[in-house]
Ligand binder design. Structure first.
Ligand code: TEU
Ligand code: CA
Length: 549
């Protein structure tokens, strides 16, 4: 496997509007991030991924862009951005930006022009179709609305949107549009940024003719359509190959085999991807499915291709709440999940606040929620006559706002996030869960992340080692080895709130007799006697261990 800096890196995702508010308007900003770069660096982070900061009416928190060349006032100014980028580099880190080119805001001047008349030269930059018998052109559902089509009176046609109606999709068949996007990418790369996280990049190509779907609720017809690889190869040829950057595509609805088509090095498209098999198939922890997913991606990427490891981001409920145990075993399970993410094959991501074990939130009324996906879905379900309370309860566990609450810096009002009124309510547990407390404690989640991340810097086996599942048939224990040039690491993870026994497989038991503990998430004294018999290891609830064999 070829070596590369973006394979060895650990990426930290900054959802800036919830990170730190420097000017007291209740919204995080670039100045706030600037003030905490040393904090991020102290964790051992190599790359920061910054969610969209471009000019936007903010219907979908910056994913509805009105001007790709300007920075939204809430975030700050271009001058501040340049300072930020310089300081990131001075501190030895890199910065990648969100690239949102499947759609723009309806307030982008391109869309205003496109909708103005059927003859406008930019008409074809978006997707327009006449309706059918008083209805939309087909039966597709969008991510955030019951239909992908919205009727526009000006020209009496429908436009297409994969997300909200305020986010019309661009027409990538138009080569002028593509060139304009490449020009914009060049602009940002020439500022010195280190790459892109590409928003729903596999949605760019649309199905020919927009046929009705048999299962409109699956929405998978939105992605991976013929033409997508030509677009990405063109983008690579024109732009990406000329820079030493990292590209990670957000790619929903892909199997490992399809995923390889986006990130296989011989394909000349992207470096790595986020797939959503875990997020989509596992509303709650499911060890058997998780192992299967890891195995199949590992096999698909054995020759070329590179995975990304994450369990949460700004769209998905915080991992300790969703996949760990955020009550009795919050600290233990947060560290357990970290041990896993940082030792599986692929580049690991840390979503802000994960490093102190921040949890999901349950607001008591729909008014406190801000997320457009949540609010639209709520309206739709109420419209069907369902009881408001029940709808609220059913949407809470996976609401995107679970991960968007302000970063909890300390125990003061609003968790030290802002001196004003936060744009979204702080999680009430901030007095117990906050950065100040974690930094003061030796055995904190933060300290554990520091150690794990430091290990990656000195042990190539963590990055490049061959992966092998060592826990076939186990119901609660996930164990796997990573091996490289004679070094073998064995990772053993108890994903349950009960004691478990793990039997080291015969093929490893000789070496296990001389095992050295690299790191564990619970205190372990020699009297705990690691080894119960020669090969049976007693694991406490949510215990995670890495041995060098
Ligand atoms: O998210 C796209 C999105 O909703 C999916 O990738 C989803 O997470 C996946 O299918 C798993 O179910 C991106 C942004 O991250 C999100 O915040 C934006 O709202 C959206 O695109 C539109 O730009
Ligand atoms: Ca602010």
């Amino acid at each position: 496997m070829e070596r590369a800096w973006w394979k060895e890196a650990v990426v930290y995702q900054v959802y800036w509007r919830s990170f730190l508010d420097a000017n007291g308007d209740g919204i995080g900003d670039l100045q706030g991030l600037m003030l905490r770069l040393e904090y991020i660096q102290s964790l051992g982070i190599d790359v920061i991924w910054l969610n969209p900061i471009y000019e936007s009416p903010d219907k979908d928190n910056g994913y509805d862009i009105a001007d790709y060349y300007r920075i939204m006032a809430k975030a700050g100014t271009m001058e501040q951005f340049r300072q930020l980028l310089d300081k990131v580099h001075e501190l030895g880190m890199k910065l990648i930006m969100d690239l949102v080119v499947n759609h723009t805001s309806e307030q982008h001047v391109w869309f205003e022009e496109s909708r103005s008349s059927v003859d406008h030269p930019k008409r074809d930059w978006y997707i327009w179709r006449p309706g059918k018998e008083d209805g939309p052109p087909n039966n597709w559902r969008s991510y955030f609305e019951p239909s992908t089509w919205t009727y526009d009176e000006q020209t009496e046609m429908y436009y297409f949107h994969s997300f909200a109606k305020e986010q019309p999709d661009l027409n990538w068949r138009n080569s002028d549009l593509r060139q304009e996007i490449y020009r914009m990418m060049r602009f940002w790369l020439d500022q010195g940024i280190d790459g892109f996280r590409m928003d729903v990049i596999n949605l760019l190509a649309k199905q020919e003719g927009f046929p009705d779907a048999e299962h409109p609720e699956r929405i998978d017809y939105l992605g991976n359509n013929p033409g997508i690889h030509e677009y990405l190869q063109e983008m690579h040829r024109e732009i990406l190959q000329h820079y030493d950057i990292m590209t990670v595509g957000e790619i929903p609805f892909v199997t490992p085999k399809e995923g390889l088509l986006y990130v296989g090095s011989s394909r000349k498209e992207l470096h790595t991807l986020f797939h959503f098999q875990v997020a989509d198939d596992m509303p709650v922890w499911d060890l058997a499915r998780y192992k299967e997913i890891q195995q199949s991606w590992y096999e698909a990427f054995s020759e070329e291709g590179w995975n990304s490891q994450f369990l949460n981001n700004h769209d998905h409920t915080r991992q300790v709440t969703r996949y760990g145990n955020d009550a009795q075993y919050r600290v233990e399970s947060a560290k357990l999940l970290a041990t896993m993410i940082h030792t599986l094959p692929g580049t690991p991501y840390v979503f802000q606040g994960e490093e102190i074990g921040m949890t999901g939130v349950r607001y008591s009324s729909i008014e406190e929620y801000q997320d457009i996906a949540m609010k639209n879905k709520y309206k739709e379900e109420i419209g069907k006559g369902r009881a408001p309370d029940e709808v609220l309860r059913s949407l809470q566990p996976l609401s995107r706002d679970n991960s968007r609450t302000p970063m909890q810096w300390d125990g003061s009002k609003h968790a030290g996030f802002t001196k004003g009124q936060p744009w979204i309510q702080v999680n009430p547990n901030y007095e117990v869960i906050n950065v100040e407390r974690d930094l003061a404690a030796k055995d904190s989640i933060f300290a554990y992340y520091q150690q794990l991340i430091a290990l990656r810097k000195t042990h190539a086996v963590m990055v490049y080692g061959d992966y092998c599942d060592q826990s076939a048939g186990e119901k609660h224990v996930y164990a796997y080895s990573r091996s490289l040039d004679g070094v073998i690491w064995l990772v053993i993870l108890n994903h349950s709130d009960q004691e478990q026994f793990y039997r080291v497989p015969p093929s490893l038991s000789d070496r296990y007799a001389n095992a050295r503990l690299i790191i564990g998430n619970l205190e372990r004294s020699t009297s705990d006697s690691d080894v119960v018999t020669n090969v049976d290891l007693r694991l406490r609830p949510y215990e995670g261990l890495i041995y060098s064999l």
